[in-house]
Design a protein around this ligand. Structure first.
Ligand code: NI
Length: 138
């Protein structure tokens, strides 16, 4: 019985949209106020969806505490209350867009989730109440 299971976590972080190959003028043209050199912040929400079979003895796909611990260790501790452009190893050299944050989170989580016998299905990152992205690993 294949079930999808989603855990929500949250992190608050600062960033700017900025391509280091471009000058300030071009960055402002492309990214507008999101390129503000003095940063701005978001209260991000992260939804991690995994899939697997229901364990007949336990009645669940995975122990949610175990999944939450993985998400916190691999992702939240690296992102929460951080400057995403300056302080996050897996975002270095990238434009810190919601898209690239989602892809980066996927890459952090995928091996660890596989390690506990389930499959990562979707990483959803909500930047504002109107904007979110979903990444399914390809
Ligand atoms: Ni932003």
């Amino acid at each position: 019985m294949m079930i999808h299971l989603t855990r929500r976590e949250r992190f608050n972080a600062a960033h700017r949209l900025f391509n280091e190959d471009w000058d300030d003028k071009k960055n402002f043209e492309c990214f507008g106020k999101c390129a503000n050199p003095n940063w701005h912040g978001h209260n991000y929400e992260l939804f991690v969806t995994v899939k697997g079979n229901v364990n007949p003895q336990l009645g669940f796909v995975v122990n949610l505490k175990r999944l939450s611990k993985i998400i916190k260790e691999k992702v939240i501790e690296k992102l929460d209350h951080k400057n995403l452009n300056l302080e996050v190893d897996f975002l270095q050299g990238k434009v810190v867009s919601t898209e690239n944050i989602a892809i980066g989170i996927w890459e952090q989580l995928e091996p660890a989730v596989k390690n506990i016998g389930i499959e990562l299905h979707c990483v959803k990152v909500v930047e504002t109440e109107n904007n979110f992205v979903e990444y399914f690993g390809s």
